[in-house]
Design a protein around this ligand. Structure first.
Ligand code: NAD
Length: 485
């Protein structure tokens, strides 16, 4: 019997599901059991061509509609997503392995927030009037044209919406390629957008590995590329986009610092560290994986952290009592287990976890290392799994320098009850998305993105509008034209 997760077809182009079984088969593996639950096929060159040509053509009429008309469709799609939240959350759990307890509140709901927010903004995207004496300049905020979105595997619904919603609000069309590890959810986003009245051809989904992504990025018809992925992929995609002088948004990896001063509320700080390391089993780009704890509270912090980490419930992700799921894939599990071994070999002190859980599927126990030093591999490289490194520090000045000593700059957090210190420290941290006495909140109203190697551009908020539109400036002369000859 066909599994309920199996989509009608692999791709969604020009308002309908499209199949081409000549493409490389991509098995969809349920991370909680290791069983294959669906198959999709990578896009062939014919499918890529169909998606790009249809998106290029459809964009022209879409950009001519009023923002209010475009926004109405996005807001309707948001309502449909919320009505279907349970079904979409179950699918997200099959696609990623993340527990239903999380997907019910963090995925389709977050996608719906983006559709609603950008739907609401669409009618207000206006230019400026700039007086120049009797003359004047006016500006027009125009669509970029055809945008390509490429997703990572940790938040397939959210990423499809965070890219699609602002792109469509601004009058662009989109071809979205989900990660080959989680190909299912973006198809539902496309289906719902069309059910809400989106004209055919404006939001298309094609499957495939890096080659398909590369074919999309290098096509001369594409005006913008928005990638969520790792730094090495980001460098390749950015370079390919630059060759065609295309706009880019790069949402890449991180190794973010979470700094806990000894005057912090310990339970809140432990809660922040848990959210910033173990939510989605640690598969979150903005995670605060270098937890710097001031020496005075170190042992108290570790004891409370170990105690609370013991409350993690590993189990069937479709059971709402489960609060800790598997790694997305066997490959990702092996990468993370490799880092855990390095942590042990390089002398970090294992506080809890540290191994694969004794159950089917790709589960790793939530793992905490203490006495981690700045030069250890687990403190330098992005692990993308449930591995927290706790490092000690003495002074504010010291911890700021150490926190910034990384190529990354996605996020940073500070826990302290001294509010002047909180702002002083945040002001000096090299990171795009920061938190004070909290960690990993990502509402659509707030800009999200990184500095340094963690990325270029911002998603969400009004900032995203700037990255999916461009400004035309028009000088209007009221008098005669003076010329030298
Ligand atoms: P990845 O870099 O391996 O792949 C990302 C996407 O790029 C996939 O869809 C892949 O098929 C595609 N791709 C690969 N090579 C390509 C190429 N040459 N041209 C075009 N596309 C190509 O990343 P992943 O393993 O799927 O995701 C994990 C990474 O994503 C982590 O580093 C994580 O930090 C990052 N991430 C960042 C954010 C953020 O918003 N900053 C969010 C989630 C994940």
């Amino acid at each position: 019997m066909t599994h309920p997760a199996q989509p009608k077809a692999s791709h969604f182009i020009n308002g309908e599901y499209v199949e081409d079984t000549a493409g490389t088969p991509i098995p969809v593996i349920y991370a909680a059991t290791g069983e294959q639950i669906a198959t999709v096929y990578a896009a062939t060159p014919a499918i890529v061509e169909q998606a790009l040509s249809t998106a290029k053509e459809a964009q022209k009429a879409w950009a001519k509609m009023t923002g209010t008309e475009r926004g109405r469709i996005l807001r309707r799609a948001a309502d449909i997503m919320r009505e279907r939240n349970h079904e979409l959350s179950v699918l997200e759990t099959y696609d990623t392995g993340k527990p239903l307890q999380e997907t019910l509140v963090a995925d389709a709901t977050s996608g719906a927030d983006a559709l609603e927010y950008f739907g609401g903004l669409a009618g207000s995207l206006t230019g400026e009037h700039i007086p120049m004496g009797e003359d004047w300049v006016y500006t027009v905020r125009e669509a970029l044209g055809l945008c390509v979105g490429i997703g990572a595997w940790n938040y397939p619904t959210q990423i499809a919406c965070w890219k699609g919603a602002p792109a469509l609000a601004c009058g662009n069309s989109m071809v979205f390629k989900p990660s080959e590890t989680t190909p299912l959810c973006a198809l539902k986003v496309a289906e719902i957008l069309h059910e809400a009245g989106l004209p055919a051809g404006l939001y298309n989904v094609v499957q495939g590995m890096g080659e398909v992504g590369s074919a999309l990025v290098t096509d001369p018809r594409v005006d913008k590329v928005s990638l969520t992925g790792s730094v090495p992929t980001g460098k390749k995609v950015y370079a390919a986009a630059a060759a065609g002088m295309k706009h880019v948004t790069m949402e890449l990896g991180g190794k973010s610092p979470l700094i806990i001063f000894d005057d912090a509320d310990i339970d809140n700080a432990v809660g922040g560290a848990i959210n910033g390391n173990f939510y989605s089993s640690g598969q979150v780009c903005s995670n605060g994986t270098r937890v710097f704890v001031q020496k005075g509270i170190k042992e108290k912090f570790l004891a409370r952290l170990a105690e609370r980490t013991g409350n993690a419930v590993l189990g069937d992700p479709q059971d709402e009592a489960t609060n800790f799921g598997p790694m997305v894939s066997e490959n990702q599990m092996n990468i993370v287990l490799g880092y855990i071994e390095k942590g042990k070999a390089e002398g970090a002190r294992l506080i809890c976890g540290g191994k694969r859980a004794d159950m089917p599927g790709f589960y790793i126990e939530p793992t905490v290392f203490a006495d981690v030093t700045d030069d250890m591999t687990i403190a330098r490289e992005e692990i993308f799994g449930p591995v927290m490194s706790v490092l000690d520090f003495d002074t504010e000045e010291e911890v700021i320098a150490r926190a910034n000593d990384t190529e990354y700059g996605l996020s940073a957090g500070v826990f302290t009850n001294d509010f002047t210190r909180a702002h002083r420290v945040i002001g000096q941290l090299e990171a795009g998305s920061c938190f004070i006495n909290s960690y990993n909140d990502a509402p659509v109203e707030a800009p999200f993105g990184g500095v340094k190697a963690s990325g270029v551009g911002r998603e969400n908020s009004k900032e995203a509008i700037k990255h999916f539109s461009q400004v035309k400036s028009v000088y209007v002369r009221m008098g005669d034209v003076e010329a030298a000859f």
